[in-house]
Design a protein around this ligand. Structure first.
Ligand SMILES: [Zn+2]
Length: 263
């Protein structure tokens, strides 16, 4: 609990941007440019070994401020948001409660979950790597995560190609936990528009893709494919079933005993 109360929120913004001017892109292919950037970042990080690094020094070259990104950082018991992701949401004062909850609220809750998941549970409040849960707590948590692993591993994305549940379990857990937390918050509002909330949630994962790209992501990304981040997450909740009258026999229906809530 104390770890949750002490959680820091760090905004990475551009008053001390990383200086990439020494990276030479001339005559390089895209792949070579990518490798030059990686080499630059590696050298920069390697030079910091043994140094004391403060978060606002923007030493986090893996998270450029212009990238639309947010992440948990258990070593600092923190969530980090780039200025780009905040800017991308536009004027939040104009958002409805449902849009706010489905977008920024969901992202915040997702990142908080990471500080208490299979990675975060191994880093204590001071950012030190140690088991701070009892063995029983750890075992109970792992048993629930195993359900997430098994469920995702049973999903066939293309004929003969299944998800590897072990790869996506931490991100899937963060998604499910985030929506669970937000729906609990929603209960406090009698006039909460669940249909609008679920649509805003789904919209952020709508994108064009193709077979090759999806196959590439499947083998490379710890996040589940976008359609699974929508469908599998939402089918866990009674609020979703009630809003769209999902009944046993419907493709999205998941019996309560088969659901994979971790918390
Ligand atoms: Zn995540």
């Amino acid at each position: 609990m104390q770890k949750l109360m002490d959680l820091n929120l760090i905004l990475l913004y551009g008053d001390n941007p990383v200086d990439y001017s020494s990276v030479d892109f001339s005559g390089k292919s895209v792949a070579e440019m990518f490798m030059a950037l990686e080499a630059f970042r590696f050298r920069r990080d390697a030079a910091l070994v043994g140094e004391t690094v403060l978060p606002d020094q923007h030493a986090f070259t893996w998270m450029p401020t212009m990238a639309n990104n947010a992440r948990a950082f258990p070593e600092l018991n923190a969530l980090m948001f780039t200025v780009a992701i905040v800017d991308d949401y536009g004027d939040v004062s104009k958002m409805s409660r449902e849009e706010l909850y489905a977008t920024i609220g969901y992202v915040l809750a997702h990142e908080i979950s990471h500080n208490f998941d299979e990675n975060g549970s191994k880093v204590d409040i001071n950012g030190l790597e140690r088991d701070w849960w009892t063995e029983e707590e750890q075992a109970a948590f792992e048993a629930r995560v195993q359900k997430v692993v098994d469920y995702f591993s049973g999903i066939s994305v293309f004929e003969g190609v299944n998800v590897d549940g072990r790869v996506v379990s931490a991100e899937a857990t963060a998604d499910i936990t985030a929506v669970q937390a937000i729906l609990r918050l929603a209960r406090q509002h009698e006039d909460f528009d669940y249909d609008a909330f679920f649509r805003y949630y789904a919209k952020q994962y709508a994108y064009f893709s193709n077979y090759k790209w999806e196959l590439h992501i499947l083998g490379d990304d710890p996040h589940p494919l976008a359609y699974l981040r929508t469908n599998v997450v939402l089918q866990q909740f009674d609020e979703f079933n009630k809003t769209y009258d999902v009944q046993e026999g419907d493709a999205m229906y998941l019996a309560p005993e088969d659901r994979i809530l971790v918390w």
